[in-house]
Design a protein around this ligand. Structure first.
Ligand code: ADP
Length: 481
C-alpha cells in the first residue's frame, strides 16, 4: 500500500476525537487513474453516527452562543488554511478523484472562496421590525440557527460540495455531521484537520465514512438533526427526503441535471465552442451542471460540429497529476459503462460518432472525449444524464422548438444558450425552466451567485446571500408594552 499523502487521514472525527469504526473495520479507497489502493477509511454505521450527532448537539449550545464576528473570524482562518495548503489538498483530491491537478487546485480555491463568502455573510444575518397593527405591541423578526445539520456529499467535487454546506452552516451558528462519498473520503476528512488548524471548537464539525444506508438512516431518523443537506442523485435525494419527513426536518437537495446547451444560428461559434468545452468536459463530464444535450440550429450545425470536434481533439487524457492533462479518468467502471450504453444507443438509432467513441487506450476508467451527431429525442441521451465525456448534438429549426426540447425533462438545474440577439437572449433565459441559466457563458458557478435547481433537480440554494436562509429559522416575537 502506498505511503499516506499530506492531509490523508485514515480516521473519522467525532467531538474532536479521531476514531476508528466500532467493529465493522475499514473500506479501501482507490486511485481511479491507476487502480491502486491508496489507503483505507473507517467503515462506520448507525452507532458512530448517533454519537457524532450527540457531539454536534453538545457543541451547538456553545457555537450558537458565539457572536457573528467570532464565527466569521474562525471561518476566515479556515479559508486561509485551505489557501495555504492548496497544493497538498489538490494532490490529495486528484489522487482519490481523478480530475486534473489544475481543476483540483481550482476546486480547493472555490472551497476557500465559499468559506470566505460565508465568513462575510455571517455578519449580515439581519432581522426585521414590522409596523404593528396594535398600539401596545411591537413586532420583531429574528433569525436563529436551525441546529444540528447532516450533510451528505458526492464524489465529483469532494471538497467544494462540502464547503458551501459547511460554510453556510457554521456562519449561521449550526454544527455539522457530514458523510462524504465512499469513493472520495479524504478531501472531506481533511476538513477536520483544517478546522483544527483554524481553531474551530471540537464537535462543531464531525466527519463519518462508511455505510451510506446506516449513516444516512441515522441522520434522517435522529430527532436531534434539524436539517439534511444533500448533493447527489435524484433517486437518493428522494429517498432521504422521505426518510427525513418522519421528524419533519428541513431539507436542501442538489440533485441531477441533464443540462441543455443551445447554439443559435446567430451565435459567435468560437465563443460557443469555448463555452461547450468548459461546460461539457470539465471534470471529464462529471458535474451536475455539465451540458448533457447540445441543441444546434440547422444553419450552423455542421460548422459547429467541426469546430467543436477540433477543440475536443486537443483535450489531453491521462493521469490528472501529469502536466498538461485536462481529462482524468471517470470515477469507476460503472460510469464508463453508462457512457458506452449511451453511445451504443445513439448508434443503434441512426446517430454517428464525430470524434472519440470508445474507452481510451490508457485503460482503467479512461474514456475518449466524444461527440456524437444526428441525435434525436427518442435516444437515451435525451432523457438521462450521461455523467461522462459525451456530447450529443441534436438539430433544431426554430427558437420555440429549441426551448421546448430543452425543457422536455423532469430536471431543471442548469441550462446554457449562445446567441448574439439581445431579445432572444432574454426570451430564452426566461423560457428555460432551470434554476441557473448561462447566456453566452458555459461555466457560471461562483460563490456570489445562488446555485440550485427547480423541478426534480432539487430544493434550496447554495452560495450567495440566499445560501444562509436554509440554515436559519425565522422567529416572530410579539412584545406587549
Ligand atoms: P452517485 O450515483 O453520483 O454516486 P449518490 O446519490 O448515490 O450519487 O451518492 C451521493 C452521496 O449519497 C454519497 O455520499 C453516497 O454515499 C450517499 N448515499 C448513497 N445512498 C445513500 C443512502 N441510501 N442514504 C444516505 N446516503 C446515501
Amino acid at each position: 500500500m502506498a505511503k499516506l499523502l499530506p492531509f490523508q487521514r485514515e480516521k473519522n472525527l467525532i467531538g474532536g476525537e479521531w476514531i476508528d469504526a466500532d467493529s465493522a473495520g475499514t473500506i479501501e479507497v482507490t486511485n481511479p487513474a491507476t487502480g491502486e489502493v491508496i489507503g483505507t477509511v473507517p467503515n462506520c454505521g448507525a452507532a458512530e453516527t448517533k454519537r457524532a450527532i450527540e457531539a454536534a448537539q453538545k457543541a451547538f449550545e456553545g457555537w450558537r452562543a458565539t457572536t457573528a464576528a467570532e464565527r466569521a473570524d474562525k471561518l476566515r482562518k479556515l479559508a486561509a488554511a485551505l489557501e495555504k495548503n492548496k497544493e497538498e489538498l489538490a494532490v490529495l483530491l486528484t489522487t482519490e478523484q481523478g480530475k486534473s491537478l489544475a481543476e483540483a487546485r481550482g476546486e480547493v480555491g472555490i472551497s476557500a472562496a465559499y468559506v470566505l463568502w460565508f465568513a462575510e455573510e455571517a455578519r449580515r444575518v439581519y432581522g426585521d421590525t414590522i409596523p404593528s397593527p396594535w398600539a401596545n405591541r411591537r413586532i420583531l423578526v429574528t433569525k436563529e440557527p436551525v441546529g444540528v445539520v447532516a450533510a451528505i456529499t458526492p464524489w465529483n467535487f469532494p471538497s467544494s460540495m462540502l464547503s458551501r454546506k459547511l460554510g453556510a452552516a457554521l456562519a449561521a451558528g449550526c454544527t455539522v455531521v457530514t458523510k462524504p462519498a465512499t469513493q472520495t473520503p479524504y478531501s472531506a476528512i481533511a476538513w477536520g484537520l483544517l478546522a483544527e488548524e483554524a481553531g474551530i471548537p471540537p464537535g462543531v464539525i464531525n466527519i463519518l465514512t462508511g455505510s451510506a444506508t446506516q449513516i444516512g438512516g441515522e441522520m434522517t431518523a435522529n430527532p436531534l438533526v434539524k436539517k439534511v443537506t444533500f448533493t447527489g442523485s435524484t433517486e437518493i435525494g428522494k429517498l432521504l427526503m422521505k426518510q427525513a419527513s418522519g421528524t419533519m426536518k428541513r431539507v436542501s437537495m442538489e440533485l441531477g441535471g441533464n443540462a441543455p446547451f443551445l447554439i443559435f444560428d446567430d451565435a459567435d461559434l468560437d465563443a460557443a465552442v469555448e463555452g461547450a468545452i468548459g461546460s461539457k468536459y470539465r471534470n471529464s463530464g462529471q458535474t451536475c451542471v455539465c451540458a448533457n444535450r447540445f441543441y444546434v440550429q440547422a444553419g450552423v450545425y455542421d460548422a459547429f460540429a467541426e469546430k467543436f470536434a477540433e477543440a475536443v481533439r486537443d483535450l489531453k487524457v491521462g493521469n490528472g497529476l501529469e502536466p498538461g492533462v485536462t481529462q482524468g479518468p471517470l470515477i469507476d467502471e460503472k460510469a464508463v459503462e453508462k457512457v458506452e450504453e449511451h453511445i451504443a444507443d445513439v448508434l443503434a438509432k441512426g446517430g454517428r460518432v464525430v470524434t472519440g467513441g470508445k474507452r481510451h487506450a490508457l485503460g482503467h476508467s479512461f474514456f475518449e472525449p466524444t461527440i456524437v451527431a444526428d441525435v434525436t429525442p427518442g435516444m437515451k441521451v435525451a432523457k438521462e444524464e450521461t455523467f461522462g465525456p459525451l456530447a450529443p448534438l441534436f438539430r433544431f429549426d426554430t427558437e420555440e422548438q429549441a426551448v421546448a426540447m430543452a425543457n422536455d425533462t423532469e430536471f431543471g438545474l442548469a441550462a446554457y444558450a449562445y446567441t448574439r440577439d439581445l431579445g432572444r437572449a432574454f426570451r430564452v433565459m426566461e423560457g428555460l425552466q432551470y434554476g441557473q441559466v448561462g447566456i453566452n457563458a458555459g461555466v457560471i458557478t461562483t460563490e456570489v451567485a445562488p446555485f440550485g435547481g427547480v423541478k426534480e433537480s432539487g430544493l434550496g440554494r447554495e452560495g450567495s446571500k440566499y445560501g444562509l436562509d436554509d440554515y436559519l429559522n425565522v422567529k416572530y416575537g410579539c412584545i406587549g408594552l
